[in-house]
Design a protein around this ligand. Structure first.
Ligand code: ARG
Length: 582
C-alpha cells in the first residue's frame, strides 16, 4: 500500500469502487453506482454503510440480507484498507477502515498543500457572481449573506482546483438614479458627502424617495432625470459616475474588513450597450414578441410566466441585462459553470433568464447555470428595508461585533496588550458574524443574535477559533518540552475509541470540502468543523497527551497536529481567520 496511491482519493470513493467490483463479481453487470457507500450516522456500525442490497432485492428476487451476505462473505480477501466488513439489520453492509490505512491517509493529508482535497475541478472554470450590491444604497445586513456565502463558495471551488472568476455584478444602472439625482440636487450636504459619502447618498435617496411617495410632481421629475441620464445627458452622467465611485469606496472598505476580493467588478452598466442587440436577437429567433408596446418572452406554458425584456417606455429590464451578461461571460471566458448567489426572492427571475439563455443557445448545454439562493436574514426585532432608512448597516454590525469581542477578551485576558487584543477582537468579531451565517443551511430564514454568534461554548465562530488556539498551545508546549521532536511527524496509532473517532473524522476532511462545494452549502463544512472540535474536546479532556508515555505521546501529538491542520484549512475556506493565541 503506497501512500501516493490514496492521496487525493476520497475515502468513500475508494470503498465504493471496491464494493462495486465486489457486487459485480457476485451478480454480474449491474446498474451504475451500485456499491456506493455513505458515512454511517453511528460509529457503532462502522465508518461507512452501503444500502444497495435493498436496491437489488427486487431485481434478483432475493432477500436483501442474503444479497449483502453474498457480497460480504464471498470473494477474495479484504483489501488492506478495510479492517472489517459485515452485514447488519435488514441487509446493510457496514465497513470499517483499518487504523493503519487511516493513519497513512492522514499523514498524506498533513503533508499535502491541499490537505488531501482531490483536485476534481482542475482544468475547469467557474464564474461566481455574488455580493452584487446596488450603488448609492449602502450594503446592509441583508447583503451579508450573499457576500459571506458567495465568498465561501468561491474559496471552496478554488480548493477543488477550479479556475474561479469572482464577479461583483453591482447594480449601477437602474431606476433609482432618477430619485437619487433629485435628492442630491435638493438635499445634499457637501460637508457630509465628503466625510461619509455613502451615508449621505443614502440620506438624500431616502428623503427623495419618501417625497416621491406623496408628491406625484416630484416623482415625475425623478423619472425625467432618469430619462436624461439614460439618454446620455453629460451632467447627469457625471453625477452618476460620481455616485458609483463613491459607493465603491464604501463597498471596498467593507470587503477589506471581510477579507473578500473579486476578480471582476462589472456593473450592470457594462452590458448596457449590448441590450438592444439581445432583444433584437430574441425577436428574430421568434422567442420574444410585442405586447402592449413592450417586448416579452411568454413562458407561461412552462409555468415560468412572462418575462419583459423591453418595457413599453423603451427601457430594459434586469432580465435583459442578465441575458447579456451570460452572453458576454460565455464568449469571453468559456466557463463550465456560472453560479449566482442571491436571496430567495429572485428565484423566478433566474429561472426565466436561464430558460431564455438555453432556448437561444446563449448558454450552450456545456455551461451549467446555477442559482444558489438563500433565505433572508433578520434580527429578532424584524427585517429591514433600505427605503425607510432604518437599516442596520453591515459596517455598524461589524463594528459592534468587534467591540463585543474586545469586551470578552478584556474580561478573559486582562493582561493582553491593547494592540494585540484589538487585532484578535477583530478576527473573532468578524469571524463570529460570518460563521453565524455560514453555519446555517442557506435556505433557511435566519435570525441573528449576538449571544449565539459570540457564544464560547456553542456552535459558533469563536468556539472554533478557541479550539484551534488551544491545540496550538498544546503543540507549543510540546515543542518547548521536546525541542528536537517534530510534532506531527509520528504515525498516529489510536489506542482509545475517542482517538480512533477523531482520526476518522479528520480523514473525512477532503470528502466534506468536496461535498460542501458541489452542494453549494458551506454549512456542511461548518457543521463538520464543529463536530471535529467537539470530538477533539472530549479527546483532550479524557486522555493525557504530553504526559502520556513516549510513543503514545507522539501519536497523540500527531493527531493534535492533524486536527489543527483541518481546523485551520476548514476555517480559512469559510473565510474565518485563526489567531494562534487567544
Ligand atoms: N444587484 C442585485 C440585488 O441587489 C443582485 C444581482 C445578482 N446578480 C445577477 N447577475 N443578477 O438584488
Amino acid at each position: 500500500m503506497t501512500d501516493e496511491k490514496f492521496s487525493g482519493v476520497l475515502l468513500e470513493d475508494l470503498l465504493s469502487r471496491w464494493l462495486g467490483k465486489r457486487f459485480a463479481e457476485e451478480f454480474g453487470d449491474l446498474p451504475e453506482g451500485i456499491g456506493r457507500v455513505a458515512q454511517t450516522a453511528n460509529p457503532a456500525f462502522g465508518d461507512f454503510q452501503c444500502n444497495d442490497a435493498m436496491v437489488l432485492a427486487k431485481r434478483f428476487k432475493m432477500p436483501p440480507r442474503a444479497i449483502a451476505e453474498k457480497v460480504v462473505r464471498g470473494g477474495a480477501d479484504l483489501p488492506q484498507y478495510i479492517s472489517k466488513m459485515e452485514t447488519a439489520g435488514a441487509g446493510f453492509i457496514n465497513i470499517t477502515l483499518s487504523d493503519k490505512f487511516l493513519s497513512s491517509y492522514a499523514l498524506c493529508m498533513a503533508s499535502d498543500s491541499k490537505c488531501g482535497v482531490p483536485q476534481s475541478g482542475a482544468g475547469r472554470r467557474v464564474i461566481i457572481d455574488y455580493s452584487s450590491p446596488n450603488v448609492a444604497k449602502p450594503m446592509h445586513i441583508g447583503h451579508i449573506r450573499s457576500t459571506v456565502i458567495g465568498s465561501a463558495i468561491d474559496r471552496l471551488y478554488r480548493a477543488l482546483g477550479y479556475d474561479v472568476i469572482s464577479d461583483n455584478h453591482i447594480g449601477d444602472w437602474g431606476t433609482q438614479f432618477g430619485v437619487i439625482i433629485m435628492g442630491y440636487r435638493h438635499f445634499v450636504d457637501m460637508k457630509k458627502l465628503s466625510e461619509a459619502p455613502a451615508s449621505e447618498l443614502e440620506r438624500v435617496y431616502v428623503l427623495s424617495y419618501s417625497k416621491a411617495k406623496d408628491d406625484p410632481a416630484w416623482m415625475d421629475q425623478c423619472r425625467a432625470e432618469l430619462v436624461k441620464l439614460q439618454s446620455g445627458d453629460p451632467e447627469n452622467l457625471a453625477l452618476w459616475k460620481e455616485f458609483v465611485r463613491l459607493s465603491l469606496v464604501e463597498f471596498d472598505r467593507t470587503y477589506a474588513r471581510l477579507g473578500v476580493k473579486f476578480d471582476l467588478t462589472r456593473g450592470e452598466s457594462y452590458y448596457h450597450p449590448a441590450l438592444a442587440g439581445i432583444v433584437e436577437r430574441l425577436e428574430k429567433g421568434g422567442l420574444a414578441t410585442e405586447s402592449d408596446g413592450a417586448v416579452v418572452v411568454d413562458m407561461s406554458d412552462e409555468n415560468l410566466g412572462v418575462c419583459i425584456v423591453r418595457k413599453s417606455d423603451g427601457g430594459y429590464n434586469y432580465a435583459t441585462t442578465d441575458i447579456a451578461t451570460v452572453d458576454s461571460r460565455v464568449k469571453e471566458f468559456s466557463p463550465d459553470k456560472i453560479v449566482y448567489v442571491t436571496d430567495e426572492r429572485q428565484q423566478l427571475h433566474f429561472k426565466q433568464f436561464f430558460a431564455i439563455c438555453r432556448k437561444t443557445g446563449i448558454a450552450p448545454q456545456s455551461v451549467s447555470l446555477e442559482h444558489v439562493w438563500f433565505g433572508l436574514m433578520r434580527l429578532p426585532e424584524g427585517t429591514f428595508s433600505t427605503r425607510q432608512g432604518n437599516v442596520i448597516k453591515l459596517e455598524a454590525l461589524l463594528d459592534e461585533a468587534e467591540s463585543r469581542a474586545l469586551e470578552i477578551i478584556r474580561s478573559t485576558r486582562p493582561d493582553m496588550p491593547e494592540e494585540e487584543a484589538r487585532q484578535i477582537a477583530s478576527k473573532i468579531g468578524i469571524g463570529a458574524v460570518k460563521y453565524s451565517d455560514l453555519s446555517q443551511d442557506p435556505k433557511t430564514m435566519i435570525t441573528f443574535t449576538w449571544d449565539k454568534a459570540l457564544s464560547l461554548d456553542g456552535n459558533s465562530g469563536p468556539y472554533l477559533q478557541y479550539a484551534y488556539a488551544r491545540i496550538m498551545s498544546v503543540l507549543d508546549k510540546y515543542r518547548a518540552m521536546f525541542p528536537d521532536a517534530e510534532p506531527g511527524a509520528a504515525e498516529i496509532v489510536p489506542t482509545e475509541e475517542v482517538e480512533r473517532q477523531l482520526l476518522f473524522k479528520a480523514a473525512m476532511y477532503p470528502s466534506v470540502v468536496t461535498k460542501a462545494a458541489l452542494s453549494y452549502r458551506p454549512c456542511v463544512l461548518a457543521d463538520y468543523l464543529y463536530d471535529v472540535s467537539q470530538t477533539y474536546s472530549s479527546f483532550y479532556q479524557r486522555l493525557p497527551f504530553i504526559k502520556a508515555e513516549p510513543g503514545v505521546r507522539e501519536s497523540r501529538i500527531s493527531l493534535c497536529a492533524l486536527v489543527s491542520r483541518v481546523l485551520f484549512s476548514g476555517l480559512h475556506l469559510l473565510g474565518i481567520e485563526t489567531p494562534e493565541r487567544i
